[in-house]
Design a binder for this molecule. Structure first.
Ligand code: ZN
Length: 424
């Protein structure tokens, strides 16, 4: 814990769409994350951490408020069949809900954001907001410059968009995991009902797509190393660094179920994020290191709502909001139910993970299923057990109360929406 008057800096990095299973240190065979791997030994890191939502806006609001989406009301869409478009944007966070930098007295704050949807629900809430291109080196240079210029303690949030579709890794890394047909693989394909996923063409495309995603993860890792190592050693010693993601990314794991069961207004299935709450959509790395943090590997189920209370306790700040959904990870938590919600495409869904079990519920799709989770924390089998279903159901989150504020897409946001293919 920092001594009074010596508050540490807080550097929060979110790598959009970074799946937990992509870390080499967690068993991925490619050398995707040498820098993140090097952090683990001295860090508190969670091996079963879940994003609170399957897409950016509600999830970053959870990271920065310590609240689940039904509690903070941000990043949510109206209507029964959810469909994120420029005409139908998610809610913004109400001004009366504090975010992490509000709880850090005397800190300067800034955000350097590579994906529009990360800043949309929090517009105007940070000291400075820089919505930038998905160009990690550029973003990192801007964040580094800002951090170096601060005289007192700072809160800096960097949101890297490298691993978000479309995939454009730095040129020197494009073929780092084997030659890739970049033009064909940078955007999604084989996403519809009529696409033949038993063809050789699909297998070739999928292999390229995965190589390209992995190259983007490596690019983000390289940018992160530059960000961290670019700080003066004395500044690093006074900085709590948190690295996590806002959600995972599906690569056809649940295509069959999604085609058979789940409505999607875009007619897509099996890829990306925002449309479902399987473990591939939710499992993210969560790594915290710096003053006040004791190194540990936490295997209990944790959630992105735990980030804010953990940082506040480590920073030793006097005021901690009492009614948070998250728990500080400085006392290793007992297993507790963690939930996720907040769909961008399709009917409202909820999930709860408790121990080695998970319930996924989508009432308007007529779907309710209990799963057993395997060692890698993904669904390894369906369980038909009425008593277990009933007991897990009691932990599902309530429906959101009145939604947060309406959001508007100014020209800057609209340009980013277009660049990411959200609107034509
Ligand atoms: Zn995202």
């Amino acid at each position: 814990m920092a001594r009074p008057g010596e508050f540490p800096n807080v550097l929060l990095v979110t790598v959009d769409c970074l799946r937990r299973d992509r870390l080499s240190a967690y068993g991925y065979p490619r050398q995707t994350t040498p820098f993140l791997d090097s952090l683990l030994e001295g860090a508190l890191h969670c091996t079963s951490s879940h994003s609170a939502a399957p897409w950016t806006a509600p999830s970053v609001a959870s990271l920065l408020t310590g609240l689940y989406p039904h509690s903070h009301g941000a990043g949510l869409l109206g209507g029964e069949l959810k469909n994120l478009t420029r005409q139908n944007l998610p809610t913004s966070l109400s001004a009366d809900i504090p975010i992490l930098p509000d709880m850090l007295p005397g800190y300067s704050s800034a955000a350097f954001i590579g994906v529009w949807s990360a800043v949309l629900p929090l517009r105007g809430r940070l000291g400075e907001e820089h919505l930038m291109e998905k160009d990690a080196p550029k973003l990192v240079r801007a964040a580094s410059k800002w951090m170096r210029a601060q005289e007192g303690p700072f809160f800096c949030w960097v949101h890297l968009g490298d691993a978000h579709d479309p995939l454009d890794p730095p040129r020197h890394l494009r073929d780092v995991f084997g030659p890739v047909d970049h033009k064909a693989a940078r955007g999604w394909a084989f996403t519809g009902r009529d696409d033949d996923v038993s063809s050789e063409a699909f297998e070739n495309y999928r292999a390229d797509r995965v190589r390209l995603y992995d190259a983007c993860v490596r690019g983000a890792d390289e940018a992160l190393a530059a960000l961290w190592q670019g700080l003066e050693p004395a500044t690093r010693d006074r900085t709590i660094l948190t690295v996590t993601s806002d959600h995972g990314e599906e690569m056809w794991e649940h295509r069959d179920a999604e085609l058979a069961v789940f409505a999607d207004p875009r007619g897509l299935a099996g890829v990306g994020h925002g449309h479902n709450l399987f473990q591939v959509h939710l499992l993210v790395p969560l790594i915290v290191t710096g003053p006040g943090i004791t190194a540990a590997a936490v295997d209990a189920n944790t959630s992105s709502v735990d980030v804010m209370p953990t940082i506040l306790e480590a920073a030793g700040t006097p005021a901690t909001p009492t009614a948070l959904d998250g728990h500080s990870l400085l006392s290793i938590p007992d297993d507790r139910p963690v939930v996720a919600e907040g769909i961008a495409y399709g009917y409202a869904k909820k999930t709860v993970v408790l121990g080695d079990h998970k319930l996924l519920s989508s009432p308007l799709d007529g779907y309710e299923q209990v799963f057993k989770l395997g060692k890698d924390r993904t669904e390894v089998g369906e369980i038909d057990d009425v008593a277990l279903l009933r007991s897990l159901k009691t932990h599902l989150p309530p429906d959101p109360g009145p939604l947060g504020e309406a959001s508007e897409a100014d020209d800057e946001i609209a340009d980013h929406l277009r660049g990411l293919g959200y609107i034509e």
